[in-house]
Design a protein. Sequence first.
Length: 457
Amino acid sequence: MEKWNLVQTRIGNRLRERDAQNFRNYLQILKNDPEEMKICIESLTTHKTEWFREMVHFRWLKTVLQNKLRNQERVQIWSAACSTGPEIYSIMFLCLKVGLDPSQFRILGTDLSERAIQEASGIPEGDHFAHHWQKLKQISPPNWKVDELVRRALRESIKIRQFNLVSDQLPERVLFDAIFLRNVMIYFTRDRMVEVCQKLTGHLQPSGHLVLGLSESLNQMIPELVTEGNSIYRRESGLTRVPSVEVEAPQKSEVHRRRKKQAHFEIRDFDLVAIGSSTGGTEIVKLLLEGFPKDCPPIVVVQHMPGNFTEAFANRLQQQTGRPTVELRTSSELMWGHAYIAAGGTHLTVEKRGTSFFGVPMDGPPVNRFKPSVSQLFDSMDDLMIASRSIAIMLTGMGSDGAREMLRLRELGALTLGQSEESCAVYGMPRAAADLGALQIQTSPEEMVEIFSTQAA
């Protein structure tokens, strides 16, 4: 009844403005008018938040982060109801304060409110952010390049997205060391609260933690979670891990063991396939485009090649494989079953707009001496909502173009594959990726096709 009174109070004006005679009529309006739905969400949600709110949680998190630093482990945190953003950046500054490099942590901030997400994205321009930035400089050792660390953290470590905790889904492979879900239970019935918390528990690493607001409690409603006090709950260790790409990079021995097991993945569970290729790779690209299922996600390819050859290369691939294939010179929506070749002399990047992916050509200087560059393509995918739904493949070629960026994709949940040494014309790019621990699977192109074959399922 208390929640119903809250709803009546907050959206009563909307009923009158839209001439809805009752809530049933207003519900029909919401179903047919996306703009009214946005207004309704803003009317219902409260964005009361502050920096380092409920300090006991940050004192606890500091200990967790210090242990991660001591053990040289990466950490991944989800601020699942981030509101206008202070929680996200409080966590970021705490990570930097304990000594974590931006490459060692990732923070995903999500909220239902589009307006809140916009405000959160703008916080680094505000006075409160500048205050905490200056404070970090004051307490940091003289040899720390704090300005560089903060800028890198904003660029590499923070991702902010709109997300509905009830209806939206993250891929199962994405796991977090801690999920903050504070002061939002007021919006949920008891059953819905359990449903949401169970969903989030499935995205916790074994022994990971779910953090609620101090006034909120689960009261043993989820058996997998054990209370540690102060509304902090730990997922019991010993549970079977959700099938996942690990947050930490695998050792080389793990890569080879997985190859021997001949893993299989359903390619249609992903949204994007990105391929980097250089010397000796043109025939391998043809083999993959021909062998992957015809209804697979869009395939984007960076093949190191001069500009006057890439159009002919795309045309030849289409003729030989039967897959619609084009040289991408203008921004285009990426279609399932199609392949897109980066135009020579132009970088290829990927953007997600709503539920669609777009290939976007980009000018700029060569990267790692190449244009197009695999690094540029993989770097554009450095976003949890893209990487965690993507397959990244490194083929034969000289140098290390794309290797470091591939490691970041793997950390964010991408499935990463590299061509085996014995099948490469030049074992350079895959070797650089393997040496960094960026590859999950290292195998021959023929086995890559088998891994995603519908017959192998």
